[in-house]
Design a protein around this ligand. Structure first.
Ligand SMILES: CC(C)(COP(=O)(O)OP(=O)(O)OC[C@H]1O[C@@H](n2cnc3c(N)ncnc32)[C@H](O)[C@@H]1OP(=O)(O)O)[C@@H](O)C(=O)NCCC(=O)NCCS
Length: 159
């Protein structure tokens, strides 16, 4: 497996991968991916196996609090799951965060996404307390706006 930064020429392959991510991943517009490849490539790694894009993370360093990196979309091709793809991609983002002196990675997921919940805990993230616990998962209601309930996960980065 090769981990490499997102580039504009890989956007069509990335879109094909992310189209498989419903219902938890929603495809964004092509020019959004251009933005990620052009302005945020350092935190947008791809995993390549046999020349195919099999995993991706889209993440951003906050301009409001530059000690934080937010992971927006995380996706592994269904035939490559449980093979350490997300583990490797998160490690890459973590390495970039450490170079920048960032202190925290965080992300949200939909409360019913059991695979994601287990993956984040396995990768050392903490499920932050919300305002309810549903099927063992802490949920923050309306976190992203009315009706947009999310589970929030964070992982501290060593200084
Ligand atoms: C969640 C997701 C990104 C995990 O990706 P992955 O590449 O399969 O994860 P990894 O192989 O790196 O898993 C790391 C560890 O997480 C845990 N884990 C991951 N998926 C799991 C699952 N379905 N059930 C239980 N544990 C799981 C395991 O402990 C795993 O280590 P192990 O396989 O050695 O036991 C993947 O299932 C996916 O793409 N889902 C669809 C899109 C999505 O929901 N994205 C997340 C949005 S927040």
């Amino acid at each position: 497996m090769i981990i490499t930064s997102l580039t504009v020429d890989r956007i069509p392959d990335l879109e094909k991968l992310l189209a498989l991510g419903e219902p938890h991943i929603r495809l964004r517009g092509s020019s959004d991916y251009w933005l990620y490849a052009t302005l945020f490539a350092n935190t947008c790694p791809l995993a390549i196996v046999n020349g195919q894009v099999v995993g991706s993370v889209i993440a951003f360093r906050s301009q409001v609090d530059p000690s934080e990196i937010y992971l927006q979309d995380v996706m592994t091709h269904p035939s490559h799951r449980r093979q350490g793809v997300t583990r490797a991609l998160v490690k890459e983002v973590q390495g970039q965060g450490a170079l920048w002196g960032c202190r925290r990675l965080y992300l949200t997921s939909e409360p019913d996404n059991g695979a994601a919940h287990r993956a984040w805990l396995a990768l050392g993230f903490t499920n932050l307390p919300g305002d309810a616990v549903e099927q063992g998962v802490s949920v923050a209601h309306d976190y992203k706006g009315p009706g947009k309930h999310r589970s929030v996960y964070e992982r501290q980065l060593e200084p």
